[in-house]
Design a binder for this molecule. Structure first.
Ligand code: UDP
Ligand code: MG
Length: 315
């Protein structure tokens, strides 16, 4: 019998965890397969770990990996991927925004043999602020245009994948992780399953607008060199403009003599070019910062407590 491994990153989810566990167990028990639930406690400061320990006592399917601090959802997902051995693997949010009811259908699609992964996307953003939705849409448009990672609008991290794809993802051990990009980059045949947005069952979202904005910028830098091209093209165009202006100035000097005019425009130009140079340096700096972090080869995560056999404590 095939085995499904579910990875559930949890950060301060003490109220959602029991609800999620009950719901997902109900669905999985009716399915014709073995399963394991691997909760990754991402340095929660509330009672999440205690809740997980309690649940683990009465459910042999449940294991937990507990981080030594908050490493972020990306690290939690990676730790999960490194620590599961199912034939099919999925990441699910603990807040029931990824409906477990979709699992039987996803499994069926995978078992048909036509696909290597079944991914989900929200077709509505009900319950989300309009400003946030607007920025999210623009982000997807932009990143699809400038990177080779194929990312669908409304894509979730919730997808059921075959072992081969999971191995490929574990193989991508970059420090700056952006899973939506990684899933697209590794390729494989993907089926997109649309569903209506759900609101979280308990607790609140860990993603402030600012955090999400930085995540989007990281995504772009991790999967595209377009900002670097913009910097060099911008530089080229301005050099050309300056050259033309130089010729105009020489001609003017020959025709009309040496008038001292235009100090205001000179100051404007100096400020403009200075600003632009700093901006481009900043772009280059962002890439260098990423290289710097990559070269340190720090572990993605550190597990301080776990009830799983053969835990990979760090990677
Ligand atoms: N999460 C995590 N570490 C973090 C932030 C979030 O493991 O630093 C988990 C969180 O517990 C949840 C999932 O990632 O299971 C998605 O987070 P959330 O629901 O807050 O995001 P949203 O659905 O609002 O985008
Ligand atoms: Mg959520």
């Amino acid at each position: 019998m095939k085995k499904i491994s579910l990875i559930i990153p949890c950060y301060n989810e003490q109220d959602s965890v029991p609800l999620f566990h009950a719901e997902v167990s109900r669905v999985l028990k009716d399915m014709d397969c073995e399963y394991e639930l691997v909760f990754v406690n991402d340095g929660s400061t509330d009672g999440t770990l205690e809740k997980l320990k309690q649940l683990a006592e009465s459910d042999e399917h449940l294991t937990y990996l507990s981080f030594s601090r908050n490493f972020g959802k990306e690290a939690a997902m990676y730790a999960g991927f490194c620590n599961v051995d199912g034939d099919y693997v999925a990441v699910m949010d603990a807040d029931l925004q990824d409906p477990p009811a979709l699992l039987p259908q996803m499994l069926e699609l995978l078992e048909s043999g036509e696909y290597d992964s079944v991914a989900t996307r929200r077709i509505s953003r009900k319950g989300e602020s309009p400003v946030r939705s607007w920025f999210a849409r623009r982000f997807y448009q932009l990143i699809n245009r400038i990177s080779d990672a194929d990312i669908v609008d409304g894509a979730r991290d919730f997808r059921l994948m075959r072992r081969e794809m999971v191995d490929a993802i574990v193989e991508m051990s970059e420090y700056n992780r952006f899973s939506k990009g990684i899933f697209g980059w590794v390729g494989f045949r993907t089926y997109w399953l649309p569903y209506e947005n759900m609101e979280r069952v308990a607790g609140e979202s860990k993603w402030s607008f600012w955090k999400l904005f930085k995540y989007a910028i990281d995504g772009i830098i991790n999967f595209s060199q377009a900002p670097l091209s913009i910097a060099s093209w911008g530089g080229m165009i301005i050099t050309l403009a300056a050259f033309i202006y130089m010729i105009v100035t020489i001609i003017r000097r020959l025709l009309y003599g040496n008038e001292v005019i235009g100090w205001a425009s000179t100051v404007c130009i100096i400020l403009f070019i200075g600003g632009l140079q700093l901006f481009c340096l900043g772009i280059i700096g962002q890439y260098i910062a990423k290289i710097y972090m990559e070269t340190k080869h720090r572990p993605h995560y550190i597990i301080s407590e776990s009830n799983k056999k053969d835990t990979k404590w760090t990677k």
